[in-house]
Design a protein around this ligand. Sequence first.
Ligand SMILES: [Zn+2]
Ligand SMILES: [Zn+2]
Length: 259
Amino acid sequence: MSLFYYTNTMKILIASVTLNALNSLTIIVEKLRNALPHNCVLCDNQTEHFHNHLCQICRNDLPLPQYLCLGCAIPLVHQQPFCGQCQKSPPRYKLITCAGYVAPLKQLISSLKYKENQIIARELALHLAKRVKHLIDNNQLATPQYLIPVPLHKKRLQQRGYNQAALIADALASHLNIPVLDCTTRILNTTTQTELNAAERRANLRDAFKLVDDISGNIVAIIDDVYTTGATMHELAKTLECKHQLQIQCWSIVRTNIE
Ligand SMILES: [Zn+2]
Ligand SMILES: [Zn+2]
């Protein structure tokens, strides 16, 4: 046996032993972590796995009305793509949400945004992914090539420390296997929109975003946590469309004003 052959064989053997040792160690750490408490953020019962932040009962109880209008997300009695109003004046973008701004989604979003409970993004994204998968599987929605989170202004990002829409987009990306594209930035630090009506929100957000990277696909989904009047997502869509021919979808965890 030549020295060269012997050295290479030893290298392969050591790499294989190291990999096996690392895999065994990972399994042990996972088992140990799973033996420690990991409670459901809603009912405080132990969840099935420490990666899960809701127990299976609370997950199954999250509101997910069977039929929602694909234009305005209003609940529908029968399976049909659009409500009467959206059939009369077809919306520019499809709107995909889990449900209205109802408990416990309302509390989970508030906890994600204002209590630094970043782990909630994964559960919210998982819930929205259920709706998206169902629509894609039933040919009611085209699969987007990219997910584009609504960006926060850098000052707001510094205050909060994270962008909740980006966290949701990242989690959706792993649930749906669709990449996130960070191609926009927010150049206007808009004041809080809570007290503004639809027209004021549109005016408040005019030219708030800027495209900083090219988009190679032609179908994209904009991701946000809450859809109220649509002013934010529509302004971002306008920014994306200024350079590209795109089919844009708006995805948010909930839509307000619909209960
Ligand atoms: Zn629970
Ligand atoms: Zn509608």
